[in-house]
Design a protein around this ligand. Structure first.
Ligand SMILES: Cc1cc2nc3c(=O)[nH]c(=O)nc-3n(C[C@H](O)[C@H](O)[C@H](O)COP(=O)(O)OP(=O)(O)OC[C@H]3O[C@@H](n4cnc5c(N)ncnc54)[C@H](O)[C@@H]3O)c2cc1C
Length: 532
C-alpha cells in the first residue's frame, strides 16, 4: 500500500477554511486519509512557520459548515440549544458553546476539526457527556459523536464494532443479545468513548479486564483531520495511548473494535451490615479481595444517606453458580462476624444483571436513558462532585477507622446530602497486564476508592459548600495522593494530576501526543502535554 503524502499545514488550513464551499463527498476525499495511510510526520510543521492568517469564523462560515455536514449543527438561536448544550452533571450550568455539531460520520468529524483549525476555534469531543470536570464542553465547537452509535457483533470472531457515541445500556443490550459480553462500567448512560479511553472499570473487570484492555482497534480523526485506524500493526503507539490515556487527548474517536466474550453464568449478591460493623466489614473486605478468585468482583460502600441513615454494604458479581458464590462469600461473612441486616444472592442473565447494576431494573431499554436529551428516557441528570485514590494493600485499622469517621463527618457537616466512599476491587485480570503494556498504569492496586457527594435543587448552598469542603479535606488529609487517581474520575482540583493518572506512562503519553497532535489542538485543563 502506498503512503499518502501529508498535507502541509498551510494547505490543510486553506482546505479547512474553504470547507463550506466543497461538496461533502469531495471534502471527504480531500481531507480524509484512508485507514492504511501513515501518520508519521503528518503536520509536524511548527505553528511558527505558518503564514496563513487564521480568521475567526463569520456567520457565513458557520452556515457553510452546517451545510457541509451530514449531521446537524446546533447554534444558540436553535430552539433545542438549551437542551443540546447540557452535560450529565447538572452542576455545569454555565455551558455556552458557540455551536454543537451532531456528527453522522467520521467525515463530519474531520470537517469540524478542519473548521476549528482554520478559524483557531476551541473544540471538544463529546460522547455520553459524563466527564466529571465537564471537559466535553467547549466555548467553541462541541463535536458530538452520540449519533455514531451503531453496534455490530461478530460471534465467530468474538468482536464487536461499537460507535463512539453508544451508551453503555445500548452496548449491553446489543452485545448481550448475541450471548456475548463486553466488560464496562455500570452507569447506563455513560458513553463508550470516554469510558474506554480512560480505562473502564466494571463488574466483569477482574475476570475479563478493563474496557480499554479489550480494545482491538480504534478509528479516530486526528488533529490534522485525518481518519486513522490504530491497531497492533498500524499506529500501535496511538492504540497504546488510547488504552487508558484518557478521552480528548489524541483525536476524536469515531468507532472501536472490541474483543467480546461468551456469556458466563452470572450470580449477583448484596450484603448490608449495621453501621456499627462498618469498620470490621471494610477490614474483612480488604483481606478477602486480596485472595478472591478472578471470577469474583465486588464493591464496598460506606455511605451517608441523609434521612435514610448510613449504609455499610458489600455487593458484587460472580461469574459462576450460586453455590460457588456461597462458598466464596463464606470467609468474608465469617470475618465480619456480624449478621447482615439484608442479604441477597441470585443468578441472573447478563443483560438483566447489567440492568440491575445500572439501576434500570424494571425499566425498558429506551427508558434507561437520561431525559431531557432522550425524550423516552426516564433517568434524570445529577449534580455531584468526586475524588479518587487507590489502595495498594489491605488497610491498617487506623486507616480504616479514619475512613469510617470521614463518612460520619459528612453526615454531621452536610446531613441532608448523600455521599461517602465506594471501593471498587481491582486485581484479577486487571493486574495481569503490566503497567506499561497499555496507557492504563494502575495495575498493582487492590482497589480504587471514590469519594463523592451529590445534591439536588432542594439542597442549600451552605450544605453544598460543606460537601465541597469535606471532599477537599478528604483529598488532602485522608487519601494518600502517592497511590494515584483514576483518570476517568477526572478531578479538576487535583494538583499533581499528571503523575496521579498516568504515573510512569506519562513520558510515553507526552511523546505520543507530540507526534499525533504537535500543535496541541486537543487541549483542556488536564490534557496530556507534549512536553514535560
Ligand atoms: C454516573 C456515572 C457513573 C460512572 N460509572 C463508571 C463506572 O462504572 N466505571 C468507570 O470506569 N467509569 C465510570 N464513570 C466515569 C466515566 O467513565 C467517565 O466520566 C467517562 O469519561 C465518561 O465518558 P462519556 O463519554 O460519557 O463522557 P464525555 O463527557 O462525553 O467525555 C469524557 C472525556 O472524553 C472525551 N471524549 C468524549 N468522546 C470522545 C471521543 N469520541 N473521542 C475522544 N475523546 C472523547 C471528552 O472530550 C472528555 O474529555 C461514571 C461516571 C458517571 C457520571
Amino acid at each position: 500500500m502506498s503512503e499518502r503524502a501529508p498535507l502541509p499545514r498551510r494547505e490543510f488550513l486553506r482546505r479547512g477554511a474553504q470547507l463550506g464551499s466543497l461538496a461533502a463527498g469531495a471534502l471527504a476525499a480531500s481531507l480524509v486519509l484512508d485507514d492504511c495511510g501513515t501518520r508519521a510526520g503528518v503536520s509536524t510543521t511548527s505553528s511558527t512557520t505558518t503564514t496563513t492568517a487564521l480568521t475567526p469564523a463569520s456567520a457565513t462560515d458557520w452556515v457553510r459548515l452546517a451545510s457541509s455536514l451530514h449531521g446537524t449543527l446546533i447554534q444558540p438561536s436553535n430552539p433545542s440549544y438549551g437542551v443540546d448544550r447540557l452535560l450529565y452533571n447538572s452542576k455545569f450550568v454555565d455551558l455556552h458553546p458557540r455551536a454543537i455539531a451532531y456528527c453522522q460520520s467520521a467525515e463530519d468529524v474531520a470537517r469540524c476539526i478542519a473548521f476549528a483549525s482554520a478559524h483557531d476555534l476551541a473544540f471538544a469531543a463529546r460522547s455520553g457527556g459524563h466527564s466529571y470536570a465537564g471537559y466535553s464542553n467547549s466555548s467553541g465547537l462541541v463535536i458530538d459523536v452520540s449519533r455514531l452509535a451503531s453496534i455490530n457483533v461478530d460471534t465467530h470472531a468474538n468482536t464487536a464494532h461499537v460507535g463512539a457515541g453508544a451508551q453503555l445500556i445500548d452496548v449491553y443490550n446489543a452485545i448481550g443479545s448475541h450471548d456475548r459480553l463486553l466488560p464496562a462500567g455500570s452507569c447506563p448512560t455513560v458513553g463508550i468513548a470516554g469510558l474506554a479511553l480512560g480505562g473502564g472499570i466494571g463488574v466483569f473487570a477482574r475476570r475479563y479486564g478493563l474496557t480499554c484492555d479489550n480494545i482491538r482497534s480504534v478509528t479516530l480523526v486526528t488533529a490534522d483531520a485525518h481518519v486513522v485506524t490504530a491497531d497492533h500493526h498500524r499506529h500501535a503507539d496511538l492504540l497504546w495511548a488510547c488504552r487508558g490515556g484518557g478521552g480528548g487527548n489524541y483525536g476524536v474517536v469515531t468507532s472501536f473494535e472490541f474483543d467480546v466474550h461468551p456469556m458466563p453464568e452470572v450470580t449477583l449478591f448484596t450484603l448490608q451490615y449495621p453501621w456499627g460493623a462498618a469498620a470490621s466489614m471494610l477490614h474483612a473486605w480488604h483481606t478477602w479481595i486480596s485472595a478472591a478468585p478472578d471470577e469474583l468482583w465486588s464493591n464496598c460502600q460506606l455511605q451517608s444517606r441523609g434521612t435514610y441513615g448510613f449504609l455499610a454494604q458489600v455487593a458484587g458479581v460472580y461469574c459462576g453458580s450460586s453455590a460457588e458464590l456461597a462458598s466464596a462469600l463464606s470467609p468474608l461473612r465469617a470475618a465480619i462476624a456480624t449478621e447482615p441486616t439484608y442479604s441477597f444472592s441470585g443468578s441472573e442473565d447478563y443483560l438483566r444483571a447489567m440492568e440491575i447494576e445500572a439501576g434500570c431494573s424494571g425499566l425498558t431499554i429506551a427508558a434507561c436513558h437520561a431525559a431531557p436529551k432522550n425524550p423516552r428516557g426516564a433517568l434524570s441528570r445529577t449534580a455531584y462532585s468526586a475524588k479518587s485514590s487507590y489502595v495498594d494493600a489491605p488497610m491498617t485499622p487506623s486507616q480504616i477507622s479514619s475512613l469510617v469517621s470521614a463518612v460520619e463527618r459528612l453526615s454531621i457537616e452536610a446531613p441532608n446530602l448523600g455521599g461517602g466512599l465506594a471501593f471498587d476491587s481491582y486485581g484479577g485480570v486487571i493486574n495481569q497486564v503490566a503497567p506499561g503494556e497499555t496507557a492504563f498504569v494502575h495495575r498493582d492496586k487492590l482497589a480504587c476508592i471514590q469519594a463523592s457527594y451529590s445534591w439536588s435543587t432542594f439542597s442549600s448552598s451552605l450544605e453544598i459548600d460543606a460537601g465541597a469542603h469535606w471532599l477537599s479535606w478528604l483529598g488532602a488529609d485522608v487519601f494518600t495522593p502517592a497511590t494515584g487517581a483514576y483518570q476517568n474520575y477526572i478531578d479538576s482540583t487535583l494538583v499533581d494530576w499528571q503523575r496521579a493518572y498516568y504515573g510512569s506512562n506519562l513520558e510515553r503519553l507526552a511523546k505520543t501526543k507530540k507526534k499525533y497532535d504537535p500543535e496541541n489542538r486537543f487541549v483542556f485543563a488536564q490534557s496530556i502535554p507534549r512536553t514535560l
